[in-house]
Design a protein around this ligand. Structure first.
Ligand SMILES: [Zn+2]
Length: 236
């Protein structure tokens, strides 16, 4: 079987980083572990750790690229699979980003699992289901006090050039984000085009936003009961 794996591996041309589905990456990782084929394992690890990165900068770069080296990353089953691989294959550094992605999934899918194309069920362990659901609630609170702190009515905008217009804009954005249910966006990137503030408010708001989302990122592992980032990077 080992030689079969090598044939399988050679049939892909990894150097150009063709996108692959997560099922193939999972097979690489599991076969690589089972038969001690480092080349297979490291290819899988490099893809997973790049997509589920340990730094906010790399996450943002992935976002800007718009396409992923994991073809079906937008599917819920891929997110659950990434968490399960992180657990099974001793790859804990992917867990904070993968679990954060799972926290954006509706609780009913987290609890029931979802189906693969072949009808089998993809579900996380009960402990990870609980961590992703409770993590969502913690992150919704943090997004209010950190990433979206610039929407806090108590925040001062004393240097504002057009107080009435900026207040109106802030109230509108606030309502859009929180009503009737809060949108899950703890790590959303600041986008100047989405808000029309004066220069002063725009600068102050984006500064608060960027510092806030970095703060949430730093805290992400502990929200999911995982070791600190530094520890996780060492295990990569
Ligand atoms: Zn203003």
């Amino acid at each position: 079987l080992t030689s079969f794996c090598f044939l399988f591996f050679d049939s892909y041309h990894f150097s150009d980083r063709d996108p692959l589905p997560i099922s193939v990456i999972a097979a690489f990782l599991r076969l690589g572990d089972k038969y001690g084929i480092d080349q297979l394992r490291s290819e899988a690890v490099s893809r997973l750790t790049s997509v589920f990165s340990t730094t906010l900068e790399e996450r943002d770069r992935n976002w800007e690229r718009k396409s992923s080296i994991i073809t079906d990353i937008e599917y819920t089953r891929s997110l659950f699979t990434a968490v399960n691989l992180g657990r099974e294959c001793n790859l804990p550094s992917v867990l904070p980003a993968a679990m954060h992605a799972c926290s954006s999934v509706q609780a009913k899918y987290i609890l029931r699992g979802v189906h693969f194309g072949d009808g089998t069920r993809c579900i996380m362990s009960p402990a990870d289901q609980e961590a992703c659901i409770t993590g969502r609630l913690i992150l919704l609170e943090r997004q209010g006090t950190k990433t979206l702190k610039w929407l806090d009515p108590k925040e001062s905008y004393a240097g504002c050039y057009q107080p009435q217009a900026c207040d109106r804009e802030r109230q509108g954005v606030f309502q859009g984000f929180w009503y009737p249910l809060p949108k899950f966006m703890p790590l959303v990137r600041w986008n100047d085009k989405k808000v029309s503030f004066c220069k002063f408010c725009s600068k102050k708001s984006s500064d608060l936003h960027n510092a806030g989302r970095q703060g949430i990122w730093d805290e992400l592992p502990s929200i999911y009961g995982l070791p600190e980032w530094e520890e996780l990077r060492k295990q990569q």
